[in-house]
Design a protein around this ligand. Structure first.
Ligand code: SAM
Length: 455
């Protein structure tokens, strides 16, 4: 049986120091104050949404703030209308739905898929509960959460080692006891962190020089102290809770840095007062508890298993070790559009997660300089790997993918996938595309939902 003690070795729970009343404030007035009222009353704490989703705490919004495929573009169909129309409906339907329900928006993830698109595709293509659903580019876990809610077994893969922590935490199904225990753990960590701030206790931030400059001295010390407290938790504590505490920590390190946004390179001067990092940690910790409760209430079927692996999607057969899947729903990188390694560099650094393999494995990265042949090979190899793990003729692959921007060249992703599919033993079944404004100011791009089956 898993140990349930979450209070750690040194402090009794409760009596922690926190924000005034514990609700909503994230300004920077004055040093750490205390004590807050206990958090688990009948009022849920306010959600501190990720900056992508409307958080206005620190300055104006970054460019892209909503989960993908949530725009009012024109939709076109590909293939038999009876198969393509439901795909178009998933795109159109998502426009009016909140992307940030359940645990979806708990931790920022660039280019997050809209949860309604993931949910609809799973409902459409895996109608039987208990199927095995794979997302080989699982990122922040949208597909994993939606598949779990529907009672499927889930396998997630991502080259970014942070993804496994984030997805396991966001897709975790908890009991009321689990949530209470985690709430107590958050309070204990908060209390220890405030104590360190009051006593001016030093801690060494083990992050690279390029990141040290993003923080004021006291914020750096406070974050390093908080991380030290998480790392020195009693080994008896449930490893899933320890991991969740790290994910909560990861969710705040961008917010208290001088980065304008989690997904931006732009630096701004923020005044972060002493104690604010700890308050945000406390608030996000309780937000996670609330989101978990919402997620667990939503699951009305027997939950399936969840496995999240760190690795290259092009090596799926080896990673899955002989396992076959009924359905793949995934959103691969859009060629030449993002550098995921750079966007996560700060969090990887804080959490001491290695980035070398991720750097080598990342496909479609903008830093690759727009080589068409390279992207062709990367996407082709990814599709071949997906084909190799499909269970049988009724298995399906659903891709949510945008046009590539390879240097000056725009490559239509739908045409590209259709050209690659037969080479790797896949056949197109249906698709729908939506035009979207280019956030860099270029001509419209299209995002596509493409369903493929084995040939
Ligand atoms: C568009 S994002 C996926 C977002 C995800 N659907 C969500 O909703 O959060 C693409 C993901 O592909 C991952 N990735 C890039 N190259 C990869 C590779 N070779 N193997 C596995 N994952 C990779 C990135 O780390 C990123 O998380």
């Amino acid at each position: 049986m898993k140990p349930r003690s979450n209070t750690g070795p040194r402090h009794a729970p409760g009596g922690s120091r926190g924000p005034d009343g514990g609700h909503g404030r994230s300004d920077d007035r004055g040093p750490a104050r205390g004590p807050s009222r206990p958090r688990h009353d009948d009022r849920p704490p306010p959600r501190m949404r990720d900056r992508e989703h409307g958080d206005q705490d620190f300055g104006p919004p970054p460019g892209r703030r909503r989960p993908l495929a949530h725009g009012p573009g024109e939709i076109s169909l590909h293939g038999p209308p009876e198969l393509a129309t439901p795909l178009a409906d998933t795109i159109a339907g998502a426009r009016s739905l909140d992307g940030d329900v359940l645990t979806h928006g708990f931790h920022v993830w660039p280019a997050r898929m809209h949860r309604a698109i993931a949910g609809d595709l799973i409902a459409l293509l895996a109608p039987r509960v208990g199927s095995t659903v794979l997302d080989p580019f699982v990122g922040g876990g949208t597909v994993a959460i939606e598949a779990r809610v529907r009672g499927h077994h889930v396998i997630g893969v991502d080259a970014n080692p942070l993804s496994a922590l984030v997805v396991r935490t966001k897709a975790r199904l908890t009991s009321a006891d689990d949530r209470d225990a985690f709430g107590v753990l958050v309070e204990a960590l908060t209390e220890r962190s405030f104590e360190r701030v009051r006593e001016r206790k030093g801690a060494l931030a083990k992050i690279h020089g390029e990141h040290l400059g993003l923080y004021g001295t006291h914020t750096l010390k406070e974050l390093a102290g908080l991380l030290e407290e998480i790392r020195s938790l009693d080994p008896q504590i449930d490893p899933a809770d320890r991991e969740a505490a790290l994910v909560v920590f990861s969710s705040i390190v961008g917010k208290v840095s001088n980065r304008r946004a989690d997904t931006s390179d732009e630096d701004v001067r923020k005044r972060i007062r002493k104690g604010l990092s700890t308050e945000l940690f406390q608030r996000k910790g309780h937000e996670l508890v609330e989101r978990w409760a919402e997620l667990s209430r939503t699951v009305r079927v027997r939950p399936g298993s969840l496995e999240v692996l760190t690795g290259d999607a092009r090596a799926l057969p080896r990673l899955l070790n002989g396992k076959a899947v009924d359905l793949i729903v995934t959103s691969p990188p859009y060629g030449g559009t993002y550098d995921y390694v750079d966007q996560h560099a700060l969090r990887l650094d804080w959490l001491s997660l290695p980035r070398t393999h991720f750097e080598r494995a990342e496909i479609g990265a903008r830093r690759h300089g727009g080589e068409v042949e390279r992207w062709d090979q990367e996407l082709g190899d990814s599709l071949a790997a997906m084909r190799a793990v499909l269970r049988g003729p009724a298995s399906r692959v659903a891709l949510v993918i945008g046009d590539a921007q390879l240097g000056p060249r725009r490559l239509d992703a739908h045409e590209h996938v259709l050209a690659l599919a037969p080479r790797v033993g896949l056949r197109p079944i249906a698709g729908a595309s939506e035009t979207r404004p280019d956030h860099l100011g270029g001509p419209q791009r299209r995002e596509h939902v493409i369903v493929l089956g084995p040939r």
